[in-house]
Write a protein that binds this ligand. Structure first.
Ligand code: M6R
Length: 608
């Protein structure tokens, strides 16, 4: 995710910006830059890659001044490149802008600026429109130009703006993206995150949505959406820098689990309009979709588990067969791909070597390839014919959480979109699912509000040698993801079984020492699953049922139950995994494991 830092004061600005950006590195980024007002010039220095690249560029020419803004960019609109890095400028080079968030109507604004106002654009980013708009509206008052700009844009933002003609002020604003002002003596700061400024001050103003701030060396003016002056209390930061980087969470994994409601909103943003799925990145025709006789979904690990849930969705909505493959197996079984195939490749990082190799194989055989990934500009996104981005923000913990749930959302959207184009989606069903998808952020919040209860469950299973996860249909697929999560971070041996399959062998391993997590959410298979649960309770296993809120019936069969909020049954997998993520997280904590970097594992697996 992008990071912002800005400074105005008496010290040399470049080193302060660089130290602030360094503090934001943990958020993940792919390019960085600074803009500094020197004597008669606004200097912008930016580059793709890590801060060391920017540091090297700055060694060639260091801008000196007392006001500036800096940014680490995590690519969304436009791949990582020098030109797409922030800060961005308009045509006159008198303004510089850094931005976190997404400007949803940037194409429309860009067209207006180019056609009606004669602006020329340099980058592929949505952010650049802000710089051009500020320039367009500037009449000697920067804050006014920013206000007029923000009145035009839709989307989310935290921005920092400087203008050559007003070297005594920084202007910043926020909507749905964090922004703070750091308060110093004869100096002030802006930042997207507290760690950026903790080396200099612990006193901050937390800026609210809709507010615009004007920051000088010794004054901070906060204006609300109606231009009224706001009086804000100073917030004293008591955490240390490392805790602050994790937003106060002990581990990135917990932070990322808790970010899911926000991530869901971003994945869905602008993609359900007037009761229809809009995926602007795809422009399939009915003929194209009708031509596909088969779909392959290919991925590794958690991404593969998400594909297992995508399969029945596509089969049900499009009425064509789907095969889901582990990427490392795909090439070696001579899959029957041709021009009549759609091949979907799912990868959080977009760099997983096996998934990439499978994608190349599919392309070589003439299939239409579609990537679902979280990382803009990643190799898989560049090589696929089409890409759907997750917009989940960077995932730093090795254990994938928010990427998994947003991969699921992306597949619900994709399968509905394709069925819409093909004309095979019953309207009533579509409406129900889309409504439920929009309810997800709130329902996920409800689960997260009670996250501590999973600590007790984790305590109870901390000594277990083996844990079984069972379920049927989607519940089985969620069991597979739950078991991977538990074993990869807590090192407890865990297996997932289709509940009906246990009695064909594995039941022999179930004893009173084996906790079993039974997922019983799917209405279609509920009774059958409970029969299978009885098979394990008869062997004295301790069973925790994962059920829909209000299900008292399950308590007759299991030892205890955990619940997810009521939601349309077909989308319940997206919520169902959250308790299992929390359980794994706390199990790893109570067993003293390295939660974010489990042994032997890497975040991005770039070897086959
Ligand atoms: O970046 P990708 O989604 O392609 O990564 C695939 C797997 O390596 C990944 O999901 C892995 O299984 C995670 N550690 C699971 O938490």
């Amino acid at each position: 995710m992008c990071g912002i830092v800005g400074y105005i004061g008496t010290q040399d600005v470049t080193s302060i910006l660089m130290s602030g950006l360094k503090r934001l590195e943990y958020r993940g980024y792919d390019s960085a830059g600074v803009a500094v007002i020197e004597k008669n010039e606004l200097s912008v220095i930016k580059t793709v890659g890590k801060l060391t690249n920017l540091g090297n560029k700055l060694k060639e020419r260091t801008p000196h001044g007392h006001i500036g803004i800096g940014h680490t960019r995590w690519a969304t609109h436009g791949r990582p490149s020098d030109v797409n890095s922030h800060p961005h400028q308009g045509i006159s080079k008198e303004f510089a802008v850094v931005h976190n968030g997404i400007i949803e109507n940037y194409l429309e604004l860009k067209e207006w600026l180019v056609k009606e106002k004669g602006h020329k654009f340099h980058s592929e980013t949505d952010t650049e429109v802000i710089a051009h708009l500020v320039e367009e509206f500037y009449e000697g008052d920067l804050i006014e130009a920013v206000r007029k700009t923000l009145a035009k844009v839709c989307g989310s933002y935290a921005i920092g703006v400087i203008a050559l003609k007003e070297p005594d002020k920084l202007v910043a604003a926020r909507k749905d993206s964090p922004l703070i002002v750091g308060l110093g003596k004869d100096e002030n700061f802006i930042a997207s995150d507290i760690p950026a400024i903790l080396n200099y001050t612990r006193d901050v103003y937390l800026i609210e949505d809709g507010e615009v701030v004007e920051v000088t060396r010794n004054r901070v003016k906060i204006l609300d959406a109606d231009n009224n002056l706001v009086k804000r209390d100073i917030f004293r930061v008591e955490w240390d820098a490392e805790a602050a980087e994790k937003g106060g969470y002990e581990h990135f994994m917990l932070k990322e689990i808790c970010e899911q409601p926000e991530a869901f909103k971003k994945t869905l943003s602008g993609r359900i309009i007037d009761g229809k799925v809009k995926l602007n990145e795809l422009n399939f025709t009915k003929e194209q979709v009708e031509k596909w006789k088969k779909v392959f979904v290919v991925a590794c690990g958690t991404a593969y588990h998400s594909g297992l849930i995508g399969k029945p969705l596509i089969e049900d909505f499009l009425k064509i067969p789907v095969e889901v493959d582990i990427a490392s197996e795909f090439r070696y079984r001579e899959p029957l791909l041709n021009e009549d195939t759609l091949a979907v490749f799912i990868s959080q990082s977009g760099e997983t070597a096996d998934t990439l190799a499978a994608l190349r194989e599919a392309r070589a055989k003439g299939a239409t390839t579609l990537a679902i990934t979280n990382v803009v500009g990643s190799t898989i996104s560049r090589e696929a014919d089409y890409t759907i981005y997750l917009w989940a923000g960077p995932e730093i913990a090795v254990a994938s959480t928010k990427a998994y749930t947003t991969m699921l959302i992306a597949q619900y959207l994709l399968s509905i979109y394709l069925a819409q184009v093909k004309g095979t989606m019953p309207e009533e069903k579509e409406a129900k699912i889309l409504k439920a998808l929009q309810e997800l952020p709130c329902k996920a919040e409800e689960i997260l509000e009670q996250k501590e209860k999973y600590l007790r469950l984790a305590e109870n299973m901390k000594e277990a040698e083996h844990v079984f996860f069972i379920g049927r249909g989607y519940d089985y697929n969620i069991a597979q993801e739950g078991s991977l999560k538990l074993k990869e971070i807590s090192y407890i041996h865990a297996e997932a079984y289709a509940a009906g399959e246990l009695k064909h062998g594995t039941l022999a391993l179930v004893t009173e020492e084996t906790p079993v997590i039974a997922i019983a959410l799917q209405e279609k298979t509920y009774e059958k699953t409970l029969s299978n649960v009885k098979e394990v309770t008869a062997r004295d296993a301790y069973v925790i049922g994962l059920a829909n809120e209000g299900d008292q019936e399950i308590l007759k069969t299991v030892n205890e139950a955990i619940y997810i909020p009521k939601i349309e049954n077909i989308v319940s997998p997206i919520l169902a995994v959250i308790p299992l993520q929390l359980l794994s997280y706390y199990a790893a904590c109570v067993r003293g494991c390295n939660v974010d970097q489990p042994r032997n594992l890497a975040k991005s697996v770039t070897v086959e």
